[in-house]
Design a protein around this ligand. Sequence first.
Ligand code: AMP
Length: 368
Amino acid sequence: MTVGIVGAGQLGRMLALAGYPLGLDFLCLDPARDAPAGRVAPLLHGDFTDRRLLTRLGRQCEVVTFDWENVPVSSLRAITRAHRARISPPIAALAAGQDRVAEKRLFERLGVPTTRWRAVSSRAQLTRAIDALGLPGVLKTRRFGYDGKGQAVLRVPADAERAWRALGTVPLLYEEWVPFDCEVSIIGARSTTGELAIYPLCGNVHGAGVLRLTCAPFGPARWQRLAARYLTRLLRHFRYTGILTVEFFVRDGRLIANEMAPRVHNSGHWTIEGAATSQFENHLRAILGLPLGATRALGHSAMINLIGQMPALRDALAVEGVHLHDYGKRSRPGRKVGHLTVVEPTARARDARARRLLADLAVGVRIP
Ligand code: AMP
């Protein structure tokens, strides 16, 4: 059975690596000839809108998934129209995740608490949004934002002009700044059969908008229950298939949804070694209608993103119990090139371990 993956980044690569033991084959599509998944699976090299390549994907694959949330919806629609392949997760979930306004409306409709926000497409609307929601706030592009890109924080009234000049050429959203106590994410799968499986909550720390550290399991049982309830509403709403992730701010015990990602997620990488079944395997099981695997944690995990460049292999492997993942990407400042995970029997041992690794790697964030 062949699974198509639109996008051949590190998420596609980890999907393929999780699928080989199940006897699955993969075919990826990506504009980058040296894309990480292309090192482990056949790669169709070309644009995401290339009809000829989309046709090949649709013809050769039972199901087509994606590893990037900005894949054009029209490309996936073209595959479903012309071929027998199914698209999973549903295109409607991808479309909602691509537009911050659609995403906010959906959260509100399903009773998932989110930040107060206003759509902004003119300078006057920005002034009105600031009047309504106050400062500080964040101006974000409605589309194509990721890892903190396409965002400007406004602290004082004079910041509005600078932010408008930086971002004002595209549709925007202004939202209140949340002085959060911490950030968490919940990851879960819904199978084509309707079966659900939800992972333990993840505690996430970002630096400059980019995820640096995840600890899991994380937080009190009440947060887990709330997050799982909100995630389940979204999974049921879309009759979802595959892995869905929702990120929240936590403020005074309230969970406030920031965004959702209709795909396997960076904050779930710990599940490769730290859970009974990885998010990658469960995504494949879910989109193929196979029984879902157990999501329980096997210990207390910390996952640290390696950004910019990989540590020397010899040094990284010299640290006992560290699981290293090198995505095979070229070094570049700010680029996610790999991650490492440790799994310990207690949260305390995990935190001590993670603290040392963060110091050794000079990652400027603290354990949540
Ligand atoms: P996003 O691309 O929306 O996920 O934003 C990336 C990161 O920026 C988040 O994980 C937060 O750390 C921070 N951030 C974004 N929006 C807000 C907000 N409204 N209040 C506080 N922090 C925010």
